[in-house]
Design a protein around this ligand. Structure first.
Ligand code: CMP
Length: 139
């Protein structure tokens, strides 16, 4: 069993698709083992996306991620990292496959509804950024 971090970004929360997104995870073998809603400030968003700090989109991305509440979750399942990425679709919704979350709901590469960890190392960092051991459940 593998764990991955998922975020329903502020655009997903504002569009009212929290339930729709979680349904897709649960219907495809991913279990929600931790969940909370939070509103990141600019510094918290910058820390989360530190790996992108040299990219041209960093300032805009971290403004967007601190523009409203987000839902952060830990998903667990077999090959959870890859499975989550498949369910989300490509980062740029223009390249996302039919039936994926981003194809159906995202309005652009920045406002792309969801985030998911891209490797086991990233998942470890990202999960610990938002959750401590007492907030992640084994059931
Ligand atoms: P996410 O999976 O959260 O990881 C980093 C985010 O940066 C990505 O989704 C996009 O929202 C954003 N991003 C990646 N590439 C670009 C880009 N070229 N322009 C704007 N935003 C980008």
């Amino acid at each position: 069993m593998e764990k991955t971090l998922s975020i329903i970004k502020p655009d997903g929360v504002k569009k009212g698709v929290i339930g729709e997104v979680i349904n897709r995870f649960e219907n495809n073998g991913l279990r929600v083992v931790a969940v909370k809603m939070l509103w990141m400030d600019k510094k918290e968003a910058e820390g989360f996306y530190d790996v992108h700090k040299d990219k041209g989109f960093y300032d805009s991305l971290t403004d967007f991620m601190s523009s409203g509440p987000a839902v952060v979750m830990v998903l667990e399942g077999e090959n959870a990292i890859a499975k989550n990425r498949q369910i989300m679709g490509a980062t740029n919704p223009a390249n996302a496959e039919e039936g994926t979350i981003r194809k159906e709901f995202a309005s652009g590469i920045e406002r792309n509804i969801v985030h998911g960890s891209d490797s086991p190392e990233t998942a470890t960092f990202e999960i610990s950024y938002f959750f401590n051991a007492l907030e992640i459940f084994d059931y």
